[in-house]
Design a protein around this ligand. Sequence first.
Ligand SMILES: [Zn+2]
Ligand SMILES: [Zn+2]
Length: 296
Amino acid sequence: MSPSPSSSAAKDAPPPLPEPLRVAVADSHTHLDMQAGSVEEGLAKAASVGVTTVVQVGCDVKGSRWAAETAAAHPNVHAAVALHPNEAPRIVLGDPDGWSRQGARAGGGEGALDDALAEIEALAALGHVKAVGETGLDYFRTGPEGMAAQERSFRAHIEIAKRQGKALVIHDRDAHADVLRVLREEGAPERTVFHCYSGDAEMARECAAAGYYMSFAGTVTFKNAAPLREALAVAPLELVLVETDAPYLTPAPYRGRPNAPYLIPLTVRAMAAVRGIDEDAMATALAANTARAFDY
Ligand SMILES: [Zn+2]
Ligand SMILES: [Zn+2]
């Protein structure tokens, strides 16, 4: 039997507003440009439940420009700029399905990557751009042919973050050991954030020893995410952040429906339960940590 139209409509419907937080927090990683509705609507909805600040993350040159412009126009939006780990190989090798939507393009080679990196560095120098990222390694979506370009891009982003004195936002998918190795080899910037942290408790101890921030997404609410909750339980509270990565990773019980910054309270409550502290204490720590990590 195929699903009835009403059940598929419900699946695409935005989840209801959660009960507001009493202590305001920041969504440390979101993609407003990939969400339905205007930026103003999204920010107002988030603020109505105590999510008063967001970090808008660019994934390619065009998206990074947009992030910088959006941050310039909204005092509570901060920008992060980068070529996503899956974007760098597309620039070098070419890929008609690239998310820049710039149409089919031939592979531009390493020169094209250097040109794009120069644009990212110019954006990173702007005052309202607080971070370089998301960058890192993604072995889930990028195959062996793209790994060299991906690692070269990651190393270049680390250098940009250090030169510009900005935070570094890491995307690490199925690549924990290599991400940690590259950070060690290059020397991590003073402030480094693992976005959508996906390691276990052992890796959390390693991140803690290096002073890396760990940003937890809706995945921490998923039933099958016990290792993630064990990581959150051992991470030093002062290194813990919260994010949506919206429109992806919608927290339970709305998994599969569109995510947006206004759903952060669901994740904050789940995190407070894991830590065994009350919601206000969790939110207070998250707010202070995000401001420190991104220096705003
Ligand atoms: Zn990511
Ligand atoms: Zn992201």
